[in-house]
Design a protein around this ligand. Structure first.
Ligand code: ZN
Ligand code: ZN
Length: 314
């Protein structure tokens, strides 16, 4: 919808899906976030949360009698970020269009990585057999994505070369490569429109004294969605440490939120072994370090034009 800037969480869990009574409140699906910005639909990652999003998009498409057009941005192609795409029903429908963008990993193009996720005999349908119109392209860190004048197709510009600077009326997406995730790193994204911004930084591990590059990238963002998979006890466990696994603790996430001066922090990519109680306890502790912190759960949404203040706790 024109004039709307909204983020909605469909999958918030890292590693693998965990449905069941222990995860009912937070949800068990792997990463997928829908961003609606001034009439454009952007989907961040394609974990199993994307399956329910697909059903909802079908409903919206019938209701509004128009096809679905979306830009899908991959942080990286680990299984938990791609496993929803074979079951994303709108991709099977001929009238729909998807711009599918993400990093090239080592010497593998995004298209090749996604095709491998849907290859017989592991899966009965191949990526190229999906009937929707798909433009699949590697994204470079220097690429600036711009949506202009309501055009649903993202335009590519070189961030440091092409002029003029983006118009604040346009939707603009910046990319940053994060190196703190095995084996090929991840992309962080920053979506800006009308002076508001969302930063998506999943599957990243914090650094001593905060991640300075990410801090710069997230400077002044309204919403920072940051990995917070492990408790500090898990991260520091000398017998079974999670150091180097490419994920953060809530303390690391709050450290970036504080140093970047963001408005609201969302803890994301919850560990599959954490039940609802554990995740909510992590949120509570994180609020002592950064009051405007919320834990991501399925169905959570933020209106970027009207963000909650810390005293409106969930
Ligand atoms: Zn992940
Ligand atoms: Zn990963």
């Amino acid at each position: 919808m024109k004039g709307l800037f909204l983020a909605r969480f469909w999958g918030v869990r890292g590693s693998y899906p965990v449905p069941g009574p222990a995860t009912v409140a937070v949800g068990g699906n792997t990463p997928c976030i829908e961003v609606q910005v001034d009439g454009h639909l952007i989907i961040l990652d394609a974990g199993t949360g994307m399956i329910a999003l697909g059903q909802d998009l079908l409903r919206r498409s019938v209701q509004q009698s128009r096809p679905t057009v979306a830009t899908i941005l991959f942080s990286h192609t680990h299984h938990d970020h791609t496993q929803g795409i074979p079951f994303f029903v709108p991709a099977y429908q001929g009238g729909n269009t998807f711009y599918i963008l993400g990093p090239r990993t080592f010497d593998q193009d995004l298209e090749e990585a996604l095709s491998r996720a849907m290859l017989p005999p592991a899966f009965p349908v191949q990526l190229q057999d999906l009937h929707s119109f798909k433009i699949i392209r590697n994204l470079e860190e220097t690429d600036l994505l711009i949506f202009q004048n309501g055009n649903q197709e993202p335009q590519f510009r070189h961030r440091f070369r092409d002029s003029p600077p983006p118009d604040p009326k346009d939707v603009v997406i910046y990319t940053q490569k994060g190196y703190a995730h095995p084996q090929g790193g991840v992309y962080h994204y920053r979506i800006e429109w009308a002076g508001r911004s969302i930063v998506y930084a999943t599957d990243t591990e914090g650094y001593l004294g905060s991640d300075q590059r990410l801090t710069q990238f997230a400077k002044g963002a309204d919403l920072l969605i940051h990995d917070a998979q492990f408790t500090e006890a898990e991260y520091l466990d000398t017998a079974d440490s999670r150091q180097g696994w490419g994920h953060s603790t809530p303390r690391m996430a709050t450290s970036v939120a504080n140093s970047a001066g963001v408005h609201t922090l969302v803890l994301f990519h919850h560990d599959p072994s954490h039940d609802d109680e554990t995740v909510l306890e992590m949120e509570k502790r994180a609020r002592t370090l950064f009051p405007s912190t919320y834990t991501a759960y399925e169905g959570l949404s933020f209106d970027l034009m009207d963000l909650p203040t810390p005293d409106q706790a969930l």
